[in-house]
Design a protein around this ligand. Structure first.
Ligand code: NAD
Length: 481
């Protein structure tokens, strides 16, 4: 049993417990053990965070862009210096493999914060329009004020950074509300950044969404809310923010199609579809997971054979070991949800291609208390099934055959979601047509899950993104002399 450590909120440059002293337990999903406690903050903490962020806003937004860039470069250094510790904390906190957090996430954070520092200048660039002698139009980019970032549990440090870095670069002050299932790494980031950023510029407040985020969503002291989370939460936030007509950015879920054409290089497509897009990457708990696999009939059997082989080699267990290739489901609640889809798929008549087992039998004794589901694939030709339409958010995917490009487009777009899509083909014409015709925010061709631009969805996958311009608005002025 590991020692249980207590973590605190960061509000106005101070590390504070919840005002009423309440806490929540944080569970290591690989073992089921409580390993930390976090503040269960409420309305008083929400009010304190808003007040601190408001108080810090005039100085932070009034600073020259180069001044803000200087601070953000110092933040990048903190991430570089503490990468190992933060990667381990994130892995223990949410079950994301150390190979993901140490090799992909944390190095990415140094790049992201450095990039945000470089973007500070772009955030203050306006336009000039000449209306003739003595009449000139100008625009000026301004920060919103206080930005509230509400983040999910599946990749906390990356999501916190994407919101905070660009909102801060644009001159806003920020409050982050991490997800209650995986908060520790965010609170540790707060401890580290307290030494670097001026008080109140970045605040991190943990607890349940309805208890601490809701009052901030309603507060007139908060000027923009950016949520990465589920559609249900987005609907609640949209209603809660209506009173103050707050601008929102909603980065939500997906049921992304990953489409393999018969001419694809199967040596790339099979691992790309199987490991990167769904199963091993965060055990399928990624918003843009390509969990709806469409395969053109001539290569259908060959792809299934290859996917089966890859899934058979997946190793579950110690998330801190580089030999483990798939982690656990994040929480008991999410485990119930994911495993319920195994039953739903079977009841709906989908064929179980492989997988379907879950629980302690998949791992050694030390991990028997964790939340384990093996890579599972259902097959069907009916895209209306729940396993084809609903986001499962676990290592459970579905495969559908198709004959023509037309059919692939129709199947791919037959979804309430529109976050991302993958296309595997050797034909540039096919790739370009699919890029135009897929109703999703991102299309990856012969690759998947490489994020170059801010993610932005269509349909129920939401709207808005985390970029420096998205955290500014443009004020217009007309000058006549
Ligand atoms: P969730 O919607 O349950 O929770 C997200 C956050 O919202 C948490 O911090 C939670 O505490 C907060 N919240 C809950 N109720 C609230 C309320 N009433 N008011 C204010 N805040 C509230 O989502 P989750 O289960 O943590 O994450 C999984 C979801 O996130 C999936 O749907 C996934 O697709 C999505 N996601 C999207 C992206 C993206 O970039 N598009 C990235 C990662 C995850």
């Amino acid at each position: 049993m590991t020692e249980v450590r207590d973590y605190s909120n960061l509000i106005g440059g101070e590390l504070r417990p919840a005002a009423d002293g309440r806490t929540l337990d944080s569970v290591n999903p690989a073992t089921g053990e409580v390993w930390a406690t976090i503040p269960r903050s409420g309305a008083a903490d929400a009010a304190a965070a808003v007040e601190a962020a408001r108080a810090a806003f005039p100085k932070w937004s009034g600073m020259p862009a180069a001044g803000r860039a200087h601070y953000l470069r110092k933040v990048a250094e903190v991430f570089a210096k503490n990468a190992k510790e933060l990667a381990e904390l994130e892995t223990i906190d949410n079950g994301r493999l150390i190979t993901e957090t140490a090799k992909r996430d944390l190095p990415g954070m140094t790049y992201l914060w450095t990039n945000a520092a470089a973007e500070c200048a772009a955030a203050v660039e306006g336009r000039s329009v000449d209306f003739g002698p003595g009449s000139q139009g100008l625009t000026r980019r301004e920060p919103y004020g206080v930005v509230l970032g509400i983040i999910p549990w599946n990749s906390p440090i990356s999501t916190l950074s994407a919101k905070a870095a660009f909102a801060l670069a644009a001159g806003n002050t920020v409050i982050i509300k991490p997800a209650e299932q995986a908060t520790v790494s965010s609170l540790r980031v707060g401890e580290l950044l307290r030494e670097v950023l001026p008080p109140g510029v970045l605040n991190i407040v943990s607890g349940l969404g309805e208890e601490v985020a809701d009052p901030m969503v309603r507060s007139r002291g908060v000027n923009k809310v950016s949520l990465t989370g589920s559609v249900g939460t987005a609907q609640i936030i949209t209603r809660a923010s209506a009173e103050s007509l707050k601008p929102l950015a909603l980065e939500l879920g997906g049921k992304s199609p990953n489409i393999v054409f018969a001419d694809a290089d199967l040596d790339r497509a099979a691992p790309g579809v199987t490991t990167q897009a769904i199963f091993t990457a965060n055990a399928g708990q990624i918003c843009y997971g390509g969990s709806r696999i469409l395969i053109q009939r001539p290569v259908y059997d060959e792809m299934i054979y290859r996917m089966k082989e890859i899934a058979a080699g997946v190793r579950l267990g110690d998330t801190l070991s580089p030999d483990t290739t798939m982690g656990p489901i994040v929480s008991a609640e999410q485990y119930e949800r994911v495993t319920s889809y195994l039953e739903i798929g079977a009841k709906e008549g989908a064929e179980l291609v492989f997988g379907g087992r879950f629980g302690a039998e998949l791992v050694d004794e030390a991990h028997a208390g964790g939340y384990w589901v093996e890579p599972t694939l259902f097959a069907t030709s009916d895209n209306s099934l729940r396993v084809c339409q609903e986001e499962i958010f676990g290592p459970v995917a579905v495969v559908l055959p198709f004959d023509t490009e037309e059919e692939a487009v129709a199947l791919a777009n037959d979804s309430v979601y529109g976050l991302a899509a993958g296309v595997w083909t050797r034909d540039l014409g096919t790739a370009q047509r699919m890029f135009r015709r897929l109703d999703t925010g991102t299309v990856w061709v012969n690759t998947y899950r490489k994020v170059m631009f801010p993610l932005e969805g269509t349909k129920d996958s939401g709207y808005g993104n985390d970029s420096v311009l998205a955290y500014t608005r443009e004020k217009a002025g007309l000058f006549e002399f």
